[in-house]
Ligand binder design. Structure first.
Ligand SMILES: Nc1ncnc2c1ncn2[C@@H]1O[C@H](COP(=O)(O)OP(=O)(O)O)[C@@H](O)[C@H]1O
Ligand SMILES: [Mg+2]
Length: 316
């Protein structure tokens, strides 16, 4: 097969995507496929046409690859591709859209309000912040609705910290999510489609070193370590995996996805933060760790995603 590997792009997660893409290219080579690397930019459509690939592997994180745009274009160009279709991408990429869907479906997700930046500029939304803070409590989590890799996420400890956090988030997106902070453990459940339908892989826990509110430090390289499978009671593991599968079905994911959750320390309750349609595939990313722990090595993972993309064409 001739496989176009879509990577890079213009998003803030370009560097991560280049690393994911390089690893995917190596794996495809080992699997005996012919690889056509495509660094996604202004000549995307021309390059995809010129690649004349049997299938495209989407290794683009962030906008472009996860917001459904590239999927729409690939459908238009009649190129089968790995992972979710445009509708699921749109629903997962915008955390406000995803969380509304979760809440409507009764899937637990931290209480939130989603406001466009224009609401502050044109509707005096700042005047409603005290009411919002009373509802959510402190710290308030402030994050861009459409972004990834924890970019622009801030924990505002008090009312004085909220405006700065809003400004920080709005430099990434004009829609901002204000969310209840869940103190607890940070879990990720990856899901992989298989012959018997989607299956949840072993859970990865991100364990920070140091002050849990010191968000910047916590995501510095080396300040967080990952444990897979996460050390959890069997019933919690099962519940988290079931929740992730429910999210997958609700949002219409395909191929692969990663659902991020919190396990609240005080209550033992699980809450879904978000779903990612193009999870990282770098050497230190969570999905490859989870797959490995589930008995699916990296080449196998890449091969399966390609096969599924091709099988969908055969089926339609
Ligand atoms: N409501 C919350 N309560 C506690 N921690 C949070 C909350 N929202 C986000 N976080 C922390 O920030 C990280 C990134 O947030 P997330 O919503 O997954 O966005 P993204 O990964 O797309 O940047 C989470 O893994 C978690 O550690
Ligand atoms: Mg996340």
């Amino acid at each position: 097969m001739r496989v176009a590997v879509l990577k890079g792009g213009r998003s803030l997660e370009r560097q991560v995507s280049l690393r994911s893409g390089a690893r995917v290219e190596d794996a495809l080579g080992r699997l005996g496929h012919e690889v056509v690397p495509v660094d996604v930019g202004g000549d995307f459509v021309d390059r995809v046409r010129a690649a004349a690939a049997d299938v495209a592997f989407v290794a683009l994180h962030g906008a472009d690859g996860e917001d459904g745009t590239v999927q729409e274009l690939l459908a238009l160009l009649d190129v089968p591709y790995t992972g979710s279709g445009p509708a699921a991408c749109v629903r997962c990429w915008d955390k406000a859209v995803a969380k509304h869907a979760l809440r409507d479906a009764g899937i637990p997700t931290p209480e939130f309000f989603a406001l466009d930046a224009s609401a502050f500029a044109e509707l005096g939304a700042a005047r409603a912040l005290p009411a919002l803070e009373e509802r959510l409590g402190f710290p308030v989590v402030v994050k861009p609705a459409r972004q990834g890799s924890a970019l622009g996420v801030r924990f505002a400890r008090d009312a004085g910290a909220v405006p700065g956090a809003l400004v920080a988030a709005s430099s990434y997106d004009d829609r901002i999510l204000l969310e209840r902070h869940v103190a607890g453990r940070d879990l990720a459940v990856s899901i992989l489609d298989g012959p018997d339908g989607p299956q949840a892989l072993p859970i990865v826990e991100a364990i920070p070193e140091g002050d849990e509110y010191d968000f910047e430090a916590r995501y510095e390289i080396g300040r967080t370590h990952f444990e897979c499978p996460a050390r959890l009671p069997a019933d919690v593991t099962a519940r988290a995996q079931e929740l992730a599968l429910a999210v997958w079905r609700l949002l219409g994911c395909r191929g692969v996805a990663r659902v991020d959750l919190m396990l609240e320390a005080a209550t033992g309750e699980l809450a879904v933060l978000e779903a990612n349609t193009v999870p990282g595939l770098t050497a230190t990313s969570l999905l490859p760790q989870a797959a490995e722990a589930g008995g699916v090595d990296f080449d196998d993972l890449v091969g399966r995603l390609v096969d599924q993309a091709l099988a969908r064409v055969g089926a339609s």
